[in-house]
Design a binder for this molecule. Sequence first.
Ligand code: PEP
Ligand code: MN
Length: 346
Amino acid sequence: MLIVMRHGATTEELDRVVAVIKEMGYQARPMPGAQRTAVGLVGNDGRVDASRLEGLPGVQEVIQVSKPYKQVSREWQAENTVVRLGSGVSVGGTDVIAIAGPCSVESEKQIIESAHKVREAGAVVLRGGAWKPRSSPYSFQGLGRPALKLLARAREETGLLICTEAMDPEGLNWVAELADIIQIGARNMQNFSLLKAAGRSKKPVLLKRGMSATIEELLLSAEYLLAEGNHDVILCERGIRGFDTATRNVFDLTAIPVVHKLSHLPIIADPSHGTGLREKVIPMARAAVAAGADGIMVEVHPDPTEALSDGAQSLYPEQFAQLMQEVRVIADVIGRRMAEPAPVGA
Ligand code: PEP
Ligand code: MN
């Protein structure tokens, strides 16, 4: 529920609304806007007496948010959320970000080389899993905590921000300590205890769409993060399961404009997992930027033939460099700009 204050409402009137919401046993979230201030009532269990709020001085109207997700919806917040990631990089505004790197961190040489290569091409965030959610327990599971150290070293050397996945609440503490963005993978999109833990962390979260999740379910999972107090949430379309085996997943690019309409949160696209095929990644990354994605996440490996995970969908560094040149042009055409990496040491 949103309590919209009159233009020119006084601080006392606003404080009174906040106090009454708290008295009723709910949380109040004042949201100053350019035109007027609104107060979000968080935790509405359907028993809120709206008339009590409507009658308070300074209140213009009380709006019931119609969607099941509340704080994530455009009804709640009309302006786009811009998530500040650090080093002057933000997502959700005019800039389009590129997150790139290998599927998994495999060795110091591999991750440092990857970092240099993707930075030279124009990525602003380095990706790489320390813990990997693999379909088979016999597949490479990731190096674990030592990989976090290697990612930290890569950041020191290149200035790139770090995005890496947390698979469980315990690992989340390690990841939150180091990473600039905590990734929650497709398989964990509805791991509600993990979402709650990530919602309590102070780092931005990249929430990937589950492979059989509807857009509404994706937004409800994001609501868990906001409900716990973390508003720095970036969504990610990474393909959904379909009947066609021609590609690894069905890359649902329609999700980009659909989410932009329903929510103020930024959404990026991952054509690597979306297609699973190296030569399909490039056209679909171009399409994602054209569709209005706030960023792209692309798997890049110094030698994909040697990759311990997802080699078939990983680009060669030269392919990624070429892709970056192309998406710069596309971003420009739609009035946006690819974010540029900060100078090292900045
Ligand atoms: C990944 O980013 O390497 C990954 C495992 O992605 P997803 O959760 O989308 O499968
Ligand atoms: Mn992968």
